[in-house]
Design a protein around this ligand. Sequence first.
Ligand code: GLA
Length: 459
Amino acid sequence: MNPQLSIEPFSGLLPSEQQQIRAVAEEFRALFGRKPHFVVLAPGRVNLIGEHTDYNGYPVLPAAIDRAMLVATAPRRDDVVVARSTAPGTEPVTFSLAQPLRPNPEGHWGNYIKAAALPWLARSEHVAAGADLLVKGHVPAGAGLSSSSALVVGAGLAFLAAHGATDANLLTLAEEFAEAERFVGTMSGGMDQTCCLFGKREQLLRIEFFPVRVRPVPFPTGYHIVVCHSLVKAEKSAGAREAYNQRVRECAVAARCLALLLGETEPRRFTRLAEIERTARALRRWELLDLLVQRIPDRPVTPNDLAALLGATVDDLVADIPGLTPDLPLLVLRRARHVFSEADRVDIAERALWNADIGTLHAAMKASHESCRDDYEVSCPALEVLVRVATEAGAIGARLTGAGFGGCTVQLVPSGALAEFFQRVDREFYAPRLPSGDAPMRWRFAFLPDNGARVVRVE
Ligand code: GLA
């Protein structure tokens, strides 16, 4: 895969993409009184399998979707950033790159623009020059389709393109954007940003982390990916964020417990479950899980409890894990059980895709959903109904996708059976839940994996 960021000519785009670019360029001109130099298209992503594995150092299997955030940009000579959005009611954001970046209140969209500026700031030797940005979003928000990372990558590439800093390696950028997005306060992994950068038409991606590696995986012919919204918004910037961060802490503590159980002399070096597997080379995932099963009860336990159980200091368990206190109740065992088993399922699903073995893929995705629901506890009643309805309507592997706590399900549907599938899901799930006048079409869609982010020079 080409690891270098490249500038695409306008003529190389699909007519529908050209039309979107013309529209946002026109709006940019109306608002800023000049032409944008570049427009970035940064797609959302959907994850087929490998949920909550990325920050644990285990692989994921996502695809870029056919909807993108568009960011039009032109450089400024001063150090100011002016970012506007075409979304109704969104206030412009203005800040200086000459000062340390201070976060806006939690959930404010300006935080994503500030996060996006960090890779550009890191490349600037003196005071970084600013840019005018106009954001137009086509990725549904709060759907688990990663509109926030699409915004960070889109705006981040816009800063780089505006100032000619496009000689960047995409793998490096993936890591920088993942790190940068932590500015908004979510302790998330790197799946979303990497998928947004590397997406490939009609292919899935297997992404590994620490360091990031990407390889294409075939998408089964004769199927479409279908995404259905549960109608429950899962805003990672709002309530779901704390629940997400809590899972990250629980896994980090599980890794520390294993390090202690394996007699590691520096348990604080570990915060990811995959690191433990690499150290204890002789032990398999199920053997590591077995170690936990034997020593850690499957109920909420605090770091204080765990320290007593394992004969360790509480500091060995909590040091350097943000937001963790000695008396915070944690569900260590079942979170680790999800992560280890999900890591196995990603390998099984990938093999099934290479062999066009849809039955095995279905079983792996189904088991993934059950594990997300029971051990990781990131499902919700609406997602459960939707998974059942979609499965009864003939979907392959219906499961929640992304962080969970609402948002969308993902499934595969034979391309020839899409109309029938939608008819049934609309009748059984959407019709009883949507107010009259709200069309189900807004809430579910079918597509084939699409290309990743592109920087387009505006002619
Ligand atoms: C969010 C995060 C990702 C990943 C998923 C869960 O989308 O941003 O890094 O952890 O949740 O798989």
